[in-house]
Design a protein around this ligand. Sequence first.
Ligand SMILES: Cc1cc2nc3c(=O)[nH]c(=O)nc-3n(C[C@H](O)[C@H](O)[C@H](O)COP(=O)(O)OP(=O)(O)OC[C@H]3O[C@@H](n4cnc5c(N)ncnc54)[C@H](O)[C@@H]3O)c2cc1C
Length: 511
Amino acid sequence: MQLDRFGLQYEIIEASGRHGGRVYTYHFETPETPNFHNYYDVGAMRFPRTKIMDAVFKLFGELDLDKDGKIIKYIMNAPGNIQLFNDKYLTFTYTKPNGEVLMGVEALLADAYDPFKEKLVENFEKGWEYLMEYDNHSARTYLGQVKGYPFSVIAWMETMDSSTLSYDLAFSETVIDSLDFDYPSGPNNPSGTVMEWACVDGGTQVVTDRMAEKINIKPLFNCRVTAIAMDDPTSHNPGMKISVQGHPEYEGKRYSHVIATAPLSCMRAMDLDQAGLDYAQNQALRCLGYGAAIKVGIKFKTRWWEKTSTPTMLGGVSSTDRPSRIVVYPSYGFDDPQDANGVLMASYCWTQDALRLGSLIKGKGTEEEKILLDIIYKDLAEIHGQEPQWYKDQTVDYHAHDWYHDQYSIGGKHPVAYASFGPGQFSNLYTELTKPAAKGNLHFAGEATSTHHAWIVGALESVDRAIYEVFVKEQRDDLIEEHAKNWEEGEVEQGYQAALQCLRGILGLYS
Ligand SMILES: Cc1cc2nc3c(=O)[nH]c(=O)nc-3n(C[C@H](O)[C@H](O)[C@H](O)COP(=O)(O)OP(=O)(O)OC[C@H]3O[C@@H](n4cnc5c(N)ncnc54)[C@H](O)[C@@H]3O)c2cc1C
């Protein structure tokens, strides 16, 4: 859409047979009731209404999703949601005057993260510089060595707040994640009320379907890029060429620029020997960390969680330290329960929790997936109170997806859930990919090359940067100016930093 706006010629070359990538809504094929809300979002599913997410909501507006009533409220927490830890149901809460409900861990987290978050909200670029001073810390070492919390307290915080071993990731990653999930009072939350979240009625894939409809030049599917190279490495404007598996017509075709949006693991599988990457860029492609994620959707005969629990659960999540970790109740389908299908996200896991359950995701009907379902039924029983067999008897169908070992949806067929950097990676490696390669003709984009990992906004912002790089290299001041009008403020790569990074790339400068 951005490229159409500038009247540029482009091709979108996609390895898989569908558009959307990690925006993927799974629709069950077995409706017993009308085929309505018969899906769950296997990838992106929720969007906080904060300043950081402006670009996403702007996109929703451009696609008329708001106007058509497709953007509905996502319920992050609801009365009746359960917290089951150490076999005990946690019931103690503290309600702030603005209605926000806090529990013990949240207070400790706010104490550790809020000073950074407030600086980032005030001025993202300056806040980022401050955060980078602590980038060599993992969340665990920061909480232990800087805040002085004992091991057991940190382990308790990690268990309640996040996923197993996630505190070994960069402290900076954890702070940004916390900012994305829990934006302190600021421009978009002026009244200090609890942050509002949104989701897309019909699933997030409605967004990418509409994007695909709207763009002038449609993607070319089943075209896996296997190599990217400079066309004339001796020239200061070398041009680019690519190879596409099974499509000899691409050999010899010249492009002025390539914007590479494939996940870094997929990029690594391409032949980039002649692509003009420097050592640090190759190292960044190899080393920058990705996390794992799995989701299991179960379609039940009824929406029992809205009927049998007291109070009834209308949206929100329940969490536990048992293997399934998080249960997500649909935020839609309340108005007409006769019609709404009983699709529940029975487990959503990250990091080590995802790797463990993910090892059981081997395809429908396999022995491993029977074990997976038994684990989930047992957890549902412990959380909600019936016998495991009851949930099994209620099941109409299920779908399990392991993003890290994804073979089907991500055309590149390589481990990808979302970027999750380790200590020091933001300050030492990330900046190698926010500058172009090939003398300014090859650009890296996609969520991993943004500061907002695991969010669509990260992908959008990285593309804004990549387009800016193209215009700088082409010395199109008119388009740079035009582009600036649509570029959301606040990103660290914007402005002076973007200009600097772009020049570093064009001139081939190392850090
Ligand atoms: C489980 C999960 C939950 C999430 N939840 C949320 C959420 O609630 N809210 C939110 O905003 N975001 C969420 N996200 C993150 C969001 O989905 C991603 O950040 C975003 O979709 C990434 O977009 P991208 O364009 O960078 O990458 P992708 O969407 O992965 O697109 C990359 C594309 O490159 C293609 N490709 C790979 N290799 C090649 C090749 N060799 N040649 C050609 N094409 C290739 C792939 O097939 C793919 O289509 C979630 C992600 C996951 C996995």
